[in-house]
Design a protein around this ligand. Structure first.
Ligand code: ADP
Ligand code: MG
Length: 562
């Protein structure tokens, strides 16, 4: 290669100037690499810096990221627009790049050989005046290809392409080689920076979620809303990231969440069922990253978050179940205490009541009493009979009434009950719907007590529908349980009423219409028969009582528990 020989001192002055320039470029690139810029943007910006610095028409910057090469190409051919493209190289299992027909096959295979070590991967490759074959159909004449390395590993390639032949002089090539050593380190440094930043964001996000989950005063909804607000901070483009969680039909999102565009979603799976999802969207287009708009780490993070949400919900529900159970136990305990008290009072009252009844009956037998006295005695008799009824109910509630178990056909009891109320229902505009299972087994029970259950529940239902409605009665046999469901479309009950319905003397009805003993009696009977009762009610919509008796009741009990 023939070179002009400028004067010695001129030459060394321009050389030291070039050294300074290279140092400035190196510094600029190192600083830029420290910012943890996403790869695509980084490759484009670095290629641009190098192109402006070197005055070439083409720059290729190959960069290895997560074991894969990404080739960025920047071109500014005379008379044409500046062109930039970036593509992952198609690789086979051995990591070899496939040349593609529409590309510069010669150059590509050169690059390929250099990356995979079949060419001396330490050496710069220099073409001074390229033939068409090697540099393809384009106008490039000069090529400088320098491997980028860190810790003896290939980390990328730098290709400088010029349309002028013999563009790169020997001493400049040396400077590019020096520069490339730093560039190799800068590429690795950027990767570490990005990883570190992503990791910190990810951990901050997971920590935020964990902290929300441990705040026992937050409701499930508040926790999910909190998570949604933490999420965007862990994404690369936080400002344009929005998140949404959908769980069991309820939706929680950050302001401005929109469907469509760049969108990422992970399902919330609990016990093998998909119960909802967590989503992150970008509101604007951003340059595509490795495998799409989102980082690989972001995809993994969203999956982790979805699993975390499932865990939090499971934990919360267990906590809630425990509270409900405790509340039920307290309730049962309270009822048992009231039952004992009621039973005590009832026993104490039984004796004086007996005397009042007995002696008034004796007095009534006298002839020739003034009419007024006769009438008064009659009132005393009626009042004490009423009082005896209440005492009886209290004893049933306290499960202190003797009872006798025989085989009872529940369907028959229900039919008799319905028959009893038929004309009243017709008068009050109440539709009767009845669905009784044909293969209902018989129950071991006291028929008169079972009858009390049916009558009490039906009376309550009818009283709840003063302006008409529908009374639905169902029986069925499932899971070894015999069920009776009595459902109305009446006034319903609020939380406060629901809490107290089994407490003796609790009533919302006016004097003469209710004593507040119906449901306590029902509860007492069901409990002594080993069954259970569940209520669902909505104000203004109606009430549903479901009673279940076990198929094999408690061992034959001739006289109740007391
Ligand atoms: P009572 O009927 O004498 O008031 P209960 O023990 O039968 O006593 O019922 C207690 C209370 O429960 C009622 O006063 C009423 O407020 C409520 N209740 C019971 N059944 C129903 C129902 N089907 N619909 C609405 N409220 C009901
Ligand atoms: Mg009642």
């Amino acid at each position: 290669m023939e070179q002009k020989r400028p004067k010695q001192n001129n030459r060394s002055a321009s050389r030291s100037k070039r050294v300074d320039d290279f140092q400035a470029l190196t510094y600029q690139i190192l600083q830029y690499s420290n910012q943890g810029i996403p790869r695509t943007l980084y490759q484009k910006e670095i290629s641009r810096m190098i192109m402006n610095f070197s005055g070439v028409e083409g720059v290729e910057l190959w960069l290895k990221d997560h074991g894969k090469y990404f080739r960025a190409e920047l071109k500014r051919l005379p008379g044409k627009k500046i062109f930039f493209k970036i593509k992952p190289r198609l690789q086979n299992e051995k990591g070899e790049v496939f040349p593609r027909l529409d590309e510069e096959t010669g150059l590509l295979s050169l690059s390929n050989q250099m990356i995979h070590g079949s060419m001396d991967s330490l050496q710069t490759h220099h073409i001074k005046n390229g033939s068409k074959g090697l540099l393809g159909t384009n106008e490039y004449k000069s090529l400088l290809m320098i491997p980028l390395r860190v810790a003896r590993q290939n980390n990328g390639l730098l290709l400088l392409k010029s349309v002028r032949p013999n563009f790169f002089k020997k001493d400049v090539i040396r400077l590019y080689e020096d520069f490339s050593r730093t560039l190799g380190i800068a590429l690795a440094h950027r990767r570490v920076q990005v990883d570190l930043r992503e990791r910190i964001k990810e951990l901050t996000c997971l920590y935020g979620i964990a902290r929300l989950a441990t705040q026992s005063n937050l409701s499930m909804g508040e926790i999910l809303q909190g998570i949604v607000e933490v999420l965007p901070q862990a994404w690369l483009y936080t400002e344009i990231a929005r998140a949404r969680i959908i769980f069991d039909g309820a939706s929680f999102s950050t302001p401005g969440f929109q469907e469509g565009g760049y969108w990422q979603k992970a399902d919330i799976v609990m016990g093998g069922n998909c119960r909802g999802s967590v989503e992150v969207v970008y509101l604007e287009d951003k340059p595509e990253l490795d495998e799409g708009p989102f980082l690989q780490e972001e995809r993994a993070l969203l999956d982790t978050v979805a699993k975390e949400i499932a865990n939090i919900i499971i934990g919360k529900q267990a906590e809630q179940d425990k509270l409900t159970l405790e509340e039920q136990l307290r309730h049962a305990d309270r009822l048992a205490t009231i039952g004992q008290l009621a039973a005590g009072v009832a026993h104490e009252l039984n004796e004086p009541l007996g005397s009042i009844l007995g002696f008034s009956q004796l007095v009534k037998k006298w002839t020739g009493l003034p009419q007024q006295v006769n009438q008064d005695i009659e009132k005393i008799l009626n009042a004490s009979l009423y009082a005896r009824e209440i005492v009886k109910k209290l004893l049933i509630f306290a499960r202190q009434m003797p009872y006798r178990k025989i085989k009872v056909n529940l369907n028959q009891l229900v039919e008799e009950g319905l028959h009893f109320f038929e004309s009243r229902c017709a008068k009050e505009g109440i539709e009767l719907v009845c669905s009784l299972s044909a293969d209902l087994p018989e129950i071991d029970a006291d028929p008169s007590q079972l009858n009390q259950i049916v009558i009490n529940l039906m009376v309550n239902a009818l009283q709840a529908m003063p302006r008409g409605g529908r009374l639905k009665v169902q029986t069925f046999f499932r899971n070894n349980q015999i069920s009776l469901i009595i459902e109305d479309t009446g006034i319903g009950m609020g939380e406060e009423v629901l809490k107290k319905i089994f407490t003796p003397f609790f009533t919302t009805k006016e004097v003469g219409k209710g004593t507040g003993l119906g449901l306590p009696v029902v509860h007492g009977i069901i409990t002594s028969h080993g069954g259970s009762i569940h209520v669902e009610s909505k104000v203004g919509q109606g009430t549903r009582f479901e009673i279940q008796f076990p198929m094999t009741g408690p061992s034959v009990n001739e006289s109740g528990s007391g």
